[in-house]
Ligand binder design. Structure first.
Ligand code: SAM
Ligand code: DTB
Ligand code: SF4
Length: 338
């Protein structure tokens, strides 16, 4: 007898509805996660095909526009000023340099350009320069995304006026595990920024990291929070922690078992059927076979280019060879909706 078919959770406003509902959703999500792999993959593939072309993968490119020296204590991050990680702090990059990098990314096949800054939140004096980057990148015909930390509604409005399509702000992990990783801002602070972004009409990109010493239930708890938002994030990046020497997570983190990661991708696809799920950090440590299984489980976006913010990513040629081997291609992946 096969495991009972749990009804798909992803009920909106689970968080608002209170703890009991979140707990119920987590149990139902765990039951889906634990399905025999063929059943899990079948469900994920079915939903994937209803919402997307299964052979098209979105290619996003990432640029660190302001590296290091960050006041936050995120225990996984190379850019926190609190840890000795060897990352050198830089000033905010000049607009022309950013546009030159965006042009290279476009020539390399990227359709989205994501700019990241190591800030707790942007200072008003930096906003003009960031807005010029956004308008310039958009004028090149690329989708724009920035990740700048916490935002006020007024900052969201300014970014929107500059032509911002997506804002990335990750919840990173479950509510329970979160305080073991970050103490300088709370999960609720992050959810508040996500609400401002949503209310300001910018598309939401939010996901998290695995491999920091969390349990499977923490990973599932993270997805249940995202799936319980009033509207699902349009993009859900799933990062495998890229090991950073000198950070506190180094002592707790452990490699993620590949099939456990594939199951998580499938669960993300099932809980948020219309969201684009991105295999973000950690792909350079994944075999071609694991990546292929992730694509079958519903992942449909990757970062291309050989660096992320401060760590490595597979070479463009390796990605091209992988996709060719799988008979897949990069292209625009229209969001199917929440
Ligand atoms: N400072 C802003 C913030 O934290 O919101 C934006 C930049 S921050 C580097 C963006 C995200 O990258 C983090 O929220 C985290 O999820 C992810 N990240 C950071 N370091 C990572 C690592 N070593 N491995 C995997 N993901 C990481
Ligand atoms: C996301 O979820 N992953 C990207 C992007 N959003 C900004 C960041 C990955 C960072 C990996 C570690 C580094 O390169 O420093
Ligand atoms: Fe700063 Fe962002 Fe790194 Fe946290 S994740 S330390 S906020 S750059």
């Amino acid at each position: 007898m096969r495991a009972a078919e749990p009804s798909v959770v992803a009920t909106p406003t689970a968080i608002a509805a209170g703890r009991a509902s979140v707990d119920r959703d987590r149990e139902a999500a765990r039951a889906i996660y634990d399905l025999p792999l063929p059943d899990l993959m079948f469900r994920a593939q079915t939903l994937h095909r209803q919402n997307f072309d299964p052979s098209v993968i979105e290619a996003a490119s990432l640029l660190s526009i302001k590296t290091g020296g960050c006041p936050e204590d995120c225990g996984y991050c190379s850019q926190s000023a609190r840890y000795d990680t060897g990352v050198k702090a830089t000033k905010l990059m000049a607009v022309e340099r950013v546009l030159a990098e965006a042009a290279k990314a476009k020539a390399g096949g990227a359709t989205r350009f994501c700019m990241g800054a190591a800030w707790r939140s942007p200072k008003d004096r930096d906003m003009e320069q960031v807005c010029a980057m956004i308008s310039g990148v958009r004028a090149m015909g690329l989708e724009t995304c920035v990740t700048l930390g916490m935002l006020t509604p007024a900052q969201v409005e300014r970014l929107g006026e500059a032509g911002l399509d997506y804002y990335n702000h990750n919840i990173d992990t479950s509510r329970e595990f979160y305080p073991e990783i970050i103490t300088t801002r709370t999960m609720d602070d992050r959810l508040e920024t996500l609400a401002h972004v949503r209310d300001g009409g910018i598309k939401v990109c939010s996901g998290g990291i695995v491999g920091m010493g969390e349990t499977i239930d923490d990973r599932i708890g993270m997805l249940v929070i995202l799936a319980g938002l009033e509207r699902h994030p349009e993009s859900v990046p799933l990062n495998m922690w890229n090991e950073i020497k000198g950070t506190p997570v180094l002592d707790k983190g452990e490699p993620v078992e590949p099939i456990a990661f594939v199951r998580l991708v499938a669960l993300a696809r099932i809980l948020m059927p219309g969201s684009v799920v991105r295999l973000s950090a950690g792909r350079h440590a994944m075999s071609d076979e694991t990546q292929a299984l992730c694509f079958l489980a519903g992942a449909n976006s990757i970062f291309t280019g050989d660096v992320l913010l401060t760590t490595g990513n597979p070479q463009r040629e390796a990605d091209a060879a992988l996709l060719a081997k799988l008979g897949m291609r990069t292209g625009i992946v229209p969001v199917a909706g929440p």
